[in-house]
Structure formats: structure tokens, C-alpha cells
Design a protein around this ligand. Structure first.
Ligand SMILES: C[S@@+](CC[C@H](N)C(=O)[O-])C[C@H]1O[C@@H](n2cnc3c(N)ncnc32)[C@H](O)[C@@H]1O
Length: 379
């Protein structure tokens, strides 16, 4: 789907009582504590350690994807503003504050950061303080609080529960809510209920179709490569709509249970909260679309690795780079009829396989009116 599909569905009316997934299950909620404890334990490593990591470029690439999409939706939000309007953002599942610089670049005037992992949230708050240490004038109004966005109503924790938001962002986290219908519904409610009409909920999640495709190709419930591994913990022949659990491991960074997000179900649930899908793109599509016009940012964020490396074929750990991870570059050189591979920006095969597990989504808050029974109707 691309943004152009949006206009064709603009006139549909949705009543909230319709379209409840039949396979909805109560229960779940068991994993939130495991997830929180996992993220709380991850150390905030310094830049030197990060540069030596096997996934240094992958992390930067994911960060570039977030920058490009946040920048795009900030632009759309601002088109609707008059000069000097406040710009209010909810960073739901903010983690250690990996997007604080993006919010600063977007000149957000009011930022709400929340996460289930208290230690991560404290690191986020400290990062925020050091960012604005000498820059009081640009400092936005800010709120930090710990909450389980799949079980608690976030609005009740805002300084002002009637706050109206212009952008809600949930990066690399929404899939935790697909443990149960109740949790997914709660997280969507949190995303939607304070959004002003015509504004956006954006996020990134693993692409369940791609995961299932790789499981079928592997003909095994465990698959991956040296840097990522997926181990299914549910029936892969007939995965449930909610609670389709797998363990996800990414280098030394992530090792915890996640849940497949059946996208058509997400779309239906989102409509119940007045959120209409306006964009859905896999990461490789985003790279195709924005790779050229955001090339400067790719370079600045070191989102791609120079290959062959400028100082010989070694990585930060002084280990030899595995040439088979860069066969696509050699192939490119052949296509260019060049004897020597040109130096290009790329990702190793393993990192590309991990990056292309993900997709980006954007929903727009619809116009809300109320029927004779006081139920919301979205159009
Ligand atoms: C992969 S990290 C992403 C952090 C941040 N959004 C980013 O892109 O850098 C996932 C985050 O989701 C948070 N999280 C997971 N389940 C959550 C829940 N039920 N409620 C709130 N936060 C949750 C975790 O604590 C973790 O900080």
C-alpha cells in the first residue's frame, strides 16, 4: 500500500461495534514483566563499544529509517499548522531515548515519553537533561512515566489527561501487544484516543508475512543467521491471531519473546479506534524510495558500511571481513564491468537479512462523530 491509496477509502464510515476479530482471546499479559526485565538489563554501551558491534551498521540503518519516516510525518503534521502552533508528540515505548534527537530536530514543543522498563526510562530522562543542559530556550515541555502501554490507559498519567497529540510514535515495540486481543486493543486505544483528527500514529514492527515466509523456506521452527535468530513457540501451521509467540534474538542486544502481528487484524482493530492505514512499507521499500534523496543523511548517520573498507578488509574487532557477506558488491562490480569492486555503501548480507524483517506503518486519525447511542462513528 502507498499513500495514494488513502483517498480511495476516505468516505467509509466505521462504527466501533463492527469488525471485532472473532478469534479474539483474553488473557496473555504474562510476558510484559519478562520484556521489561530484559530491556532494563541492557547496558547503555558507549560509542566505541557500539562501533565494534556486529550490528553497528544495522542499528544505524534502522535509525535512518526512523529519521526518514519521522521527518516525513513531521512535515505532514506541520503542513496543517499555523506559525507558532504547538507540536505535541507521544513516544510510546521510548526505550533509552533513541529518538530524542529526532524530536529535537522536529522542534517538538511538548514530548511525552513512556516505557515499561523503568531503568531505560531513567536513561532516557538523563539523556534528555544532558541534551538541553545548555539550551533552555529550545527545551520542550516534557513528561516521563513508566507504564505498560498494553494494560494501562496512558492518558490518565499525562499531566493534563485532555492533552491533544499530533504524532504518536511506537518504534520497534507495538508487536509486544499482540500477545492478546485485550493488549493489542489497549495499545491501539492509547495510540488513538488523544490524537487530534487528521494527525498520525506511526511505528515499526516485524513483518509477520516475511517471518512466516522464512520459516517455510527454512522448513524449521528455528531459523536465522549469525546475528539474528527466530525460534517459534507456537503452532506454525496454524498460528493464532494473538499470542503467536516466537523468541527473537539479535546479536547481544535482544533476546526475548515477541508476537506475530497479523496485519489485516491490526488494520481492523485500528479502525475501531478511528485509525485508518495511510502507509505501509517494508524497510527495503523505504530504502528504495528514500535512499537517493536522503543519501546525505545515510552518510551522516553511517547507516551503510563502505565496502571494500577504506583501511583493508577488517572490521572494528580487527577480524577479517567475510567476503561471502559482500558477494552482492562483487556482483555489482561485475555488472559495472569493473575489475576492482567500486567502493559502495552497503550492509553485509546478514545485516540486510535482519533489516528486511521489518516494516513501517502510518495510520491517520479519522473524523469522529457520535451516533444516537453516543457511540463514536469515524469517517
Ligand atoms: C526495541 S526497544 C525500542 C525502543 C525505542 N522505541 C527505540 O526505537 O529506540 C522496545 C521497547 O519497548 C518497550 N516495551 C515493550 N513492551 C512494552 C509495554 N507493554 N509497554 C511499554 N513499553 C514496552 C521495551 O521496554 C523497550 O524499551
Amino acid at each position: 500500500m502507498s499513500e495514494s491509496d488513502e483517498s480511495s477509502t476516505m468516505t467509509t464510515e466505521v462504527k466501533v461495534s463492527e469488525d471485532i476479530p472473532k478469534d479474539s482471546k483474553e488473557g496473555g499479559e504474562k510476558h510484559s514483566a519478562i520484556v521489561a526485565s530484559h530491556y532494563n538489563k541492557i547496558e547503555d554501551r558507549g560509542l566505541v563499544a557500539r562501533k565494534k558491534s556486529n550490528i553497528y551498521f544495522l542499528r544505524n540503518f534502522n535509525n535512518w529509517i526512523k529519521s526518514v519516516t519521522i521527518d516525513k510525518y513531521t512535515g505532514l503534521v506541520k503542513q496543517r499548522f499555523t506559525l507558532g502552533s504547538p507540536f505535541r508528540v507521544l513516544d510510546m515505548c521510548c526505550g533509552k531515548g533513541g529518538d530524542l534527537i529526532k524530536w529535537s530536530n522536529a522542534s517538538v514543543t511538548h514530548l511525552i515519553c513512556t516505557d515499561i522498563a523503568l531503568v531505560s526510562l531513567e536513561q532516557c530522562e538523563n539523556r534528555f537533561k544532558s541534551m538541553y543542559h545548555r539550551d533552555y530556550q529550545r527545551k520542550p515541555k516534557v513528561e516521563f512515566f513508566a507504564a505498560d502501554a498494553t494494560l494501562q490507559q496512558l492518558r490518565t498519567k499525562y499531566h493534563d489527561p485532555s492533552t491533544k497529540l499530533h504524532l504518536v510514535s511506537c518504534q520497534f515495540a507495538f508487536h509486544y501487544s499482540f500477545e492478546s486481543f485485550k493488549q493489542a486493543d489497549c495499545m491501539l486505544k492509547n495510540a488513538a484516543e488523544c490524537l487530534e483528527e487528521g494527525f498520525y500514529f506511526i511505528g515499526t514492527i516485524p513483518d509477520a508475512n516475511e517471518i512466516m515466509k522464512r520459516q517455510r523456506i527454512a522448513m524449521s521452527d528455528t531459523f536465522g543467521n549469525d546475528i539474528y535468530n527466530i525460534q517459534f513457540l507456537c503452532d506454525t501451521d496454524n498460528p493464532p491471531l494473538f499470542g503467536a509467540k516466537y523468541n527473537f534474538q539479535l546479536d547481544e542486544v535482544v533476546n526475548c519473546p515477541e508476537f506475530l502481528v497479523h496485519f489485516p487484524t491490526l488494520e481492523k482493530l485500528a479502525l475501531r479506534h478511528g485509525l485508518r492505514l495511510v502507509e505501509k512499507k517494508r524497510f527495503e521499500e523505504l530504502f528504495d524510495v528514500h535512499g537517493r534523496n536522503k543519501q546525505g543523511l545515510l552518510e551522516k548517520m553511517q547507516a551503510l558500511e563502505a565496502y571494500p573498507p577504506p583501511h583493508g578488509r577488517f572490521n572494528g574487532n580487527e577480524q577479517r571481513k567475510e567476503p561471502e557477506q559482500y558477494q552482492h558488491v562483487e556482483e555489482y562490480a561485475r555488472q559495472q564491468s569493473s575489475h576492482y569492486p567500486p567502493r559502495v555503501g552497503t550492509l553485509s548480507q546478514k545485516e540486510w537479512e535482519a533489516a528486511t524483517l521489518y516494516l513501517f506503518f502510518a495510520f491517520k486519525k479519522m473524523k469522529t462523530s457520535y451516533d444516537a447511542n453516543g457511540m463514536p462513528v469515524y469517517s
